[in-house]
Design a protein around this ligand. Structure first.
Ligand SMILES: Nc1ncnc2c1ncn2[C@@H]1O[C@H](COP(=O)(O)OP(=O)(O)O)[C@@H](O)[C@H]1O
Ligand SMILES: O=C(CO)[C@@H](O)[C@H](O)COP(=O)(O)O
Length: 521
């Protein structure tokens, strides 16, 4: 009798869509996929993610014959739950910049003495001491602008591994406290998109059954990434609550640790649930990344991430010191403007992605001096949440469709090249660079990337690497082994090209002038 292979599923609940892959647990071979769209917007009712997940599962042929599932998701989104487990308000996503001012306030409020708080925090024991915790109790204190922001940035980097920006959960919680104090007072638990979806798959049991993993916890802004412990004093500081010890935070599972089983009431009782991960950490697992490997993901966000055996803490805020899904670290630089820049320029030109790519490749490097500063949604790296975009260098000669298409591709890649340089500056090992995400489907992106980055890039065959990583994690949780299963890495093609230094130099100069100008904001 031929034994049926064991199947596992991986979910990627990303900004624009939900993707499900079903793979062979032993070999990693792809069996089925399904996809459903998410709505536009930076404020979303989590229920739509649940609906999309179910639609994507159905499109992937269901989970009846699947033994384990794990969920990867867009990072940082604030899902606040009341004591009954009900969502208090729509989630604020990673690309919602309304909490930019809150980020600045929080930076100003943390002092160097608050950075280290080893072991269980005072707040964990139900009390509060020290300056940060004291300010928690003294909720409402206006931030002192005289406090040195540089010292605050250093204190946050030392405390959590990252300097908070509007994307981080901690700043969204401060925004909630300042703008919706009634909602902030009702918060009984804070989850991230993937934590919440895993909890829903388990049947929405008690809040104490919420789980997460290091990669996600490290993106909250209230987790000490190097030590692997929550900083409840920072949670209380953000929410202006002195009872932060009572707020439920998802239990942080070990890499590969099972999160229990699915809900029998939903027909999922046979499923082992994996711990899940942030989408970038899941993609690293899906690509089989190790130290020296870098992934450049061109999705809604532009992400440059590298696996590092050591934690990273960058005071400048260019690099976020996150964790990965295997027990190591995943420092990353993240831009807000990536694939959507190509989408919008394609729309302006009235062309689809293929035609946009052909136009860009028909122009010369540097687009005859036409340079796009692509801050169409503000920007996160560098931290310019209020910035706008700009197109400079228009002349009778440069104003062509080809040059505009090229300027868009070069702009996205220049932002990512700056991120790669920032990772190298903080000592992240950089040996092999791979380009993934929806934007990597563009021939122009693939061919122009090595010229802008100044090094060859590998482009794995088009795939759903975050969902694949989640599937590998599901197989890992099912096997209960120390290491994840060995799956054959996806074949990739190497792209190389003559470095075009002038493109980055011109971009840097134009960007600098634009950001300094009063018209930029
Ligand atoms: N051939 C292509 N060229 C450029 N961009 C593309 C192409 N195909 C898809 N995209 C873009 O990629 C994005 C989706 O990529 P994805 O990595 O799934 O994003 P996310 O994870 O943020 O949801 C969309 O903005 C889409 O328009
Ligand atoms: O905020 C970050 C990482 O810090 C983003 O990378 C989100 O995780 C969203 O990812 P995509 O939907 O663009 O893949």
């Amino acid at each position: 009798m031929v034994r049926k292979p064991t199947l596992v599923a991986g979910v990627d609940s990303s900004t624009q869509s939900c993707t499900v892959v079903v793979r062979d647990a032993g070999t990693g071979a792809l069996r089925r996929t399904g996809r459903a769209s998410h709505p536009d917007g930076t404020e979303v009712d989590p229920e739509v993610w649940w609906d999309a997940l179910q639609a994507a599962v159905a499109a992937a042929g269901g989970l009846d014959d699947v033994a384990a599932v794990s969920v990867a998701g867009q990072q940082h989104g604030m899902v606040v739950l009341d004591a009954d487990g009900e969502v208090i308000r729509p989630a604020l996503l990673w690309n919602d910049t309304r909490s930019a001012r809150a980020a600045e306030d929080l930076i100003a409020e943390l002092e160097p003495g608050d950075a280290h708080r080893p072991g269980p925090t005072a707040a964990d024991r139900g009390g509060g001491s020290g300056r940060a915790a004291g300010r928690t109790a003294g909720a409402g204190r206006a931030p002192d602008r005289a406090v040195d922001l540089a010292a605050g940035r250093a204190a946050w980097a030392a405390a959590t591994g990252s300097v908070p920006v509007a994307s981080f959960t901690v700043t969204k919680l401060r925004w909630l406290a300042d703008h919706e104090p009634g909602n902030a007072a009702r918060v009984a638990a804070v989850a991230l998109p993937h934590d919440w979806l895993t909890w829903r798959l388990a049947g929405s049991p008690g809040l104490d059954r919420l789980v997460t993993d290091r990669s996600e916890a490290s993106g909250t802004g209230y987790f000490d990434t190097a030590r692997g412990t929550y900083r409840r004093d920072l949670l209380g500081l953000a929410l202006r609550r002195d009872d932060a010890a009572r707020i439920v935070l998802p239990r942080v599972l070990r890499a590969g640790e099972a999160a229990g089983t699915g809900d029998p009431g939903l027909g999922l009782g046979h499923l082992v649930l994996g711990p899940g991960a942030g989408d970038n950490a899941a993609a690293a697992l899906g690509l089989g990344m190790g130290p020296g490997d870098v992934a450049i993901s061109i999705g809604t966000s532009g992400v440059v991430s590298a696996v590092s055996p050591h934690p990273v803490a960058d005071d400048s805020g260019m690099v976020a010191g996150f964790a990965d899904a295997t027990g190591a670290f995943l420092p990353m630089a993240v831009t807000l403007n990536a694939s959507r820049v190509l989408d919008v320029v394609g729309r302006l030109l009235g062309v689809d992605h293929g035609e946009l790519s052909a136009l860009a490749l028909a122009a010369a490097p540097g687009a005859a001096g036409l340079t796009l500063v692509p801050y169409l949604e503000g920007e996160r790296t560098p931290n310019l949440p209020g910035a706008t975009g700009s197109l400079l260098g228009l002349t009778l000669a440069s104003a062509t469709r080809e040059n505009l298409a090229r300027a868009a591709v070069e702009a996205v890649l220049c932002g990512l090249a700056d991120g790669l340089a920032a990772l190298e500056d903080v000592g992240a090992p950089v040996e092999r660079v791979r380009v993934i995400g929806g934007g990597a489907r563009s021939e122009a992106v693939r061919r122009i990337a090595p010229t802008v980055l100044g090094r060859p890039v590998q482009v794995p065959e088009p795939g759903e690497y975050a969902a694949d990583g989640a599937a590998r994690q599901a197989a890992w949780a099912l096997a209960g082994t120390v290491d994840p299963p060995s799956w054959r890495p996806a074949p990739s093609r190497t792209y190389d090209g003559e470095p075009a230094r002038h493109v980055r130099e011109r971009y840097a100069e134009v960007r600098h002038r634009h950001v300094a100008s009063p018209h930029a904001r």
